[in-house]
Design a protein around this ligand. Structure first.
Ligand code: PGA
Length: 262
């Protein structure tokens, strides 16, 4: 069996842009060429979602939130429920290392992932090791632990709405990237692990993204690995031209007709 995996290029704006700046950025991104065979998603801050939804309506660009809470409603001041996003947002990111660094646990990430899926959203779950963990040669163990907490117990149908983003913490916003080989090796290991945790078929269709200092210049190399199905882009997603170049690079390394043996 061969499985075609469509690459996804998702722009994580993090805590950047005022409302007018966000509208202008989204408008500029709708104007960049989007080749067939690449999914594009924007993940602006919560307060932008409605206005950006209006800008991207009808363009095929997907819209996502950067986080959500695990309960559907209740006395949780400041939190955003997946039900509030469902029906008009396409996806939600959970487990970003910047949230894990503020104390979010594997268990909380797993609850968020399940809540997002239950609300009908697609979920990108971010995993990745710190520099100390990599130096101690524990990168794979850490990623496996995070993955196991997040996806163990899901069935193949649920996993079809999950993407995993491998984001080595030391590469995020630092200008230092994993080597293309390291990115491919870890993305391949993630696929293998998900195969063991869920099923080989589900793993074969899983989108595995690389994230961490992806730029217009390095995207072609970083996204070229056979197990790397696009990228989660922070800083470079704040400039339409750079983001567009990354989308173009993703399309070039994974032409629309390519299939991958499972
Ligand atoms: P960066 O961020 O591209 O600015 O390194 C990536 C991310 O944190 O998703």
């Amino acid at each position: 069996m061969a499985t075609a995996r469509i690459p996804l290029v998702a722009g994580n704006w993090k805590m950047n842009t005022t409302i007018p700046e966000g509208v202008a950025l989204a408008q500029a991104i709708t104007a960049v060429p989007r080749p067939d065979g690449v999914e594009v998603a924007l993940l602006p801050p919560f307060v932008h979602l409605w206005t950006v939804a209006e800008v991207v309506a009808g363009t095929g660009i997907a819209l996502g939130a950067q986080d959500c809470f695990w309960e559907d409603r209740g006395a949780f001041t400041g939190e955003i429920s997946p039900l509030m996003l469902a029906g008009w947002c396409d996806l939600v990111l959970v487990g970003h290392s910047e949230r894990r660094a503020m104390g979010e646990t594997d268990e909380q990430v797993a609850r968020k992932l399940r809540a997002g899926l239950a609300a009908g959203l697609r979920v990108i779950v971010a995993v990745g090791e710190t520099l100390a963990e990599r130096r101690a040669e524990r990168a794979l163990d850490v990623v496996r632990r995070q993955l196991s907490a997040a996806v163990a117990g899901l069935d193949g149908g649920a996993l079809a709405r999950v993407a995993v983003a491998y984001e080595p913490v030391w590469a995020i916003g630092t200008g230092v990237t994993a080597t293309p080989d390291d990115a491919q090796t870890m993305c391949g290991a993630i696929r293998t692990e998900v195969g063991a945790l869920v099923s080989a078929d589900a793993a074969a269709g899983l989108q595995v993204l690389y994230g961490g200092s992806v730029t217009a210049e390095n995207a072609g190399a970083l996204l070229a690995g056979g197990d790397v199905d696009g990228g989660l882009i922070g800083g470079a997603s704040l400039q339409a031209a750079a983001f567009g170049a990354i989308i173009a690079a993703a399309a070039q390394v994974r032409p629309a007709s390519t299939t991958h043996p499972s």
